[in-house]
Design a protein. Sequence first.
Lengths: 351, 188
Amino acid sequence: MEKYRIDQSQGLEFGLYSLGDHIPNPLTGERISAQQRLKELVEASQLAEQAGIDVFGVGESHQSYFTTQAHTVVLGAIAQATSKIKLSSSATVLSVSDPVRVYEDFATIDLLSDGRAEIVAGRGSRVGAYHLLGVDLQDYEEIFEEKLELLMKINDEELVTWEGQFRPPLHHAQILPQPKNGSLPIWRAVGGPPASAIKAGYMGIPMMLTTLGGPAVNFKPSVDAYREAAERKGFDPNELPVATTSLFYVADTTKEALQGMYPHLNGGFQAIRGGGYPKQQFAQATDTRDALMVGSKEQIIEKLLYQYELYGMQRFMAQIDFGGVPFDKIMKNIEIIGNDILPAMKKYTAK
Amino acid sequence: MKIVALAGSNVGSKTRTATHKMVEIVQEKYPEHEITLLDLAEYQLVFSDGRNYFDYDGDTKYVTETIMAADAIVIGTPTFQASIPATLKNIFDLLPVNAFRDKVVSVIVTAGTSKHYLMVEQQLKPILAYMKAHIVPTYVFIEEKDFLRKEIVNDDVLFRLERLAEDTVMVTDAFAEIRAKKDAEYDF
């Protein structure tokens, strides 16, 4: 786990991540400017650091309702604004970028941030980036596998010699700058079903798994499949970190949390997926066994402990700003996380 | 309420005739409701490539967005090779997985022979159920001999279409009421 800068004696790592979505606040119908959204993201990262949160992630999406297309630039700004918190993508759409450029960017962020940068590489769950940047969706599977392999090779080797289908070959190429400690933690972003978890396992790469909602136990097969696949290929699953991610909203009472989150969740789903979030399903979500992180602080702590037991993950990443959540509510969430949730989680999970 | 009548084939006249008739009946019986006809013969749609429906352009975007905005959808389908036509299947493929959640879907089906009378049960309803539709249980099955020169000439079919229009509106109203009552129980 050291290779991935994870110290399990400190207990479960807790992070925040944002897709940089830019959706009107459904309660007011108003949308803040992209500039304000970006500045608030940087501010949120500072508050997160002050609250003792371990990781801050920024994701990449290239279409309407998003602001962090240039997520590495945002992470660069966050690197300057903070000093301790780990910086990660969440995720980098590797399929539409050159792995060499991605590595250069993150190695630079790593140096600027004094060794805090991590890459989470994904295929993207939206296709905007593919059309915009001229990548054929027909190559969706293969282009990602090839590029991720190259990215890992760049991370492992000083002089890279490589040949593939989707990028010109490299001959004894030196990729510079090198990150502070020679390599970066690189994770593979995985959606719900086990197929891509298995691919991550075969690669022996850390996995960040989305568990956005529904019964938490439904995601367990993906975690198991990941570890089994890793073992089959000769990797030690105990050395491979797993992170899970979920939408997150905590408030002083259950009712306040439900009332606070629902309009944003529903509006955000409507805007990005084209269909709202069913109230009936949302009403079940405060149950400990449901993966969607909504509830009072006690309920959230119960859920996290339940999932920690279930998955044995090393990191949990919360998305607290989805669907036009106003900044005062984001601050309130960070405050409760820092004051109540982190101390409880460290108490129960640190060795 | 918003109703969409979808004529699911890009060729032939029977399904188109029956779907047009349905639109007439609804307009006459329920002038307070808005009904939009989507005749797939009049649109150029691309095949689904997996993106969100609103990320397509042109006709594909218009047709899918119109369907997604509806409260009820009357699907008219011919029978091709014992199943629905590819044009109609493509519509389903273009839409999200739970596209018909909280929507009512009813069906008019045409066929060259009565031997296809279970096609809707075996081929279409499983797709609609998977996509979470409230399906109106009865459908109107219309054969070649019920048409003459692009007119429906069988009174039984006309009566059944009228009842299907009523059932579609009634079931949509009923589910809207049930949903409102259920939603009122939640305090968020």
